[in-house]
Design a protein around this ligand. Structure first.
Ligand code: UD1
Length: 373
């Protein structure tokens, strides 16, 4: 669909876009695009926070540190089952779309809020724009994979971060003119904040300012919801930390599972509260290695040139393996230890993928202008 202003009921020349932010990994993608849109008189932006993440440390601190303005609408959906959360976002977002009458709704990433808001937009025949389209793990047991497939199938404009995204969409029958390679918005935010992050005192606060350390994050349901699997990963981390101290900022969902399963960290494995953006970026840049099941951290470590062991069997971001510093380590004790030994022998080096250059928001803006005008 090509949307022209003359097709719309609006007589203003301004293009009104709703930008949706829902959960922690969305915020660093929304920040640069909001800034670019706000600086261009062609666009009027409406920022909607669904409230999928709501704690200050999962949400508010990111808005402050990244300078994202106060949302125009806060839907306060909170936590729940996938069905409850998705349905609640849809129910609460629909009247906002009706009241605002935007030309388009821009969603980022692959969380429940992404899919829910894209669905609402398209059912109201409003253009849906998906930033970070086309990524595929080909694992439909991942809730995010369902969100990606559904969001891409109905979105009018698909902005991709790496070539695999374009290839996957073409294979799924998406017409090429809907797909645009814009690069990686999250890396815009990383580059814009690196200098500030270097001034964080977090490394000395946690006692690792003079020593090498590794950084751990875990929150995928497949790794933390099954107590046996969580125990296996913990036992493995407890072995690895004989080689190097490990810092582990614990996601709230993981914290609950750790408490339920009674797993205990060894002395070198330091569990902390979730960290803010600048503190986490500071630690990531200083760490010798990152062990994670996050999608975004696979990309950030590649941009930083820090070796990353991904505790999963697959990734929807293959460029981080082909060109970057990422290695798939699996999630079993033997596979993680074998990847760890590989890291000790020869830490992986890589290069930064094309268009992960800090300028993705400007390219998004150009694509949006061509689409709407
Ligand atoms: C969601 C995304 C995932 C993303 C992750 C980043 C989906 C399907 N999953 O998973 O893709 O990588 O966010 O964090 O959208 N909680 C709090 N405070 C908060 C938010 C959550 O305590 O501010 C707790 C609640 O107990 C909640 C649990 O964390 O039940 C999980 O939160 P939820 O948003 O449902 O999913 P995530 O696991 O965070």
């Amino acid at each position: 669909m090509h949307c022209s202003l003359s097709d719309t009921p609006f007589d203003s020349m301004s293009i009104k876009l709703i930008c949706v932010a829902g959960a922690r990994p969305n915020f660093m993608k929304v920040a640069p695009i909001m800034r670019a849109l706000s600086g261009d008189p062609t666009f009027t932006t409406v920022l909607v926070h669904t409230g999928q993440h709501y704690d200050d440390i999962m949400s508010g601190s990111f808005f402050r540190e990244l300078g994202i303005r106060t949302p125009d609408h806060h839907l306060s959906v909170g936590s729940g089952s996938h069905a409850e959360q998705t349905a609640e976002v849809m129910k609460r977002f629909d009247p906002v779309v009706e009241a605002e009458q935007p030309h388009g709704v821009l969603v980022v990433g692959d969380v429940n809020s992404t899919m829910a808001c894209a669905l609402v937009a398209r059912k109201r025949q409003i253009a849906a724009i998906h930033v970070e389209a086309g990524l595929r793990s080909f694992d439909r047991n991942m809730p995010e994979e369902i969100n990606r497939v559904v969001t891409d199938a109905i979105s009018d404009l698909l902005l991709v971060t790496e070539e695999s995204g374009r290839e996957n969409l073409l294979k799924e029958g998406v017409s090429p003119e809907r797909i645009h390679m814009v690069g990686n918005l999250m890396i815009d935010t990383l580059m814009a904040n690196m200098e500030r992050a270097r001034h964080s005192a977090i490394a000395s606060t946690l006692g690792v300012d003079r020593s090498p350390f590794g950084l751990v994050t875990l929150h995928r349901p497949s790794n933390v919801d099954d107590p046996g699997q969580l125990r296996e990963i913990f036992e493995t981390l407890n072995l690895i930390t004989r080689n190097i101290p490990l810092l582990f900022p614990v996601h709230p969902r993981t914290k609950a599972r750790i408490e339920e399963s009674g797993v205990a960290p060894a002395e070198g494995l330091l569990l902390t509260e979730p960290l803010g953006y600048l503190d986490f970026l500071c630690l990531m840049a200083r760490s010798s290695v990152v062990l994670t099941d996050s999608g975004g951290i696979q990309e950030e470590t590649t941009a930083l040139g820090v070796p990353c062991l991904t505790l999963r069997d697959n990734t929807e971001r293959p460029i981080t393996i082909e060109q970057g510093t990422n290695t798939l380590a699996g999630a079993s004790k033997s596979s993680i230890l074998s990847a760890w030994e590989g890291f000790l022998r020869q830490p992986k080096r890589g290069r930064v993928p094309p268009l992960w250059d800090g300028l993705a928001a400007g390219r998004c803006l150009s694509v949006l202008k061509t689409f709407f005008i």
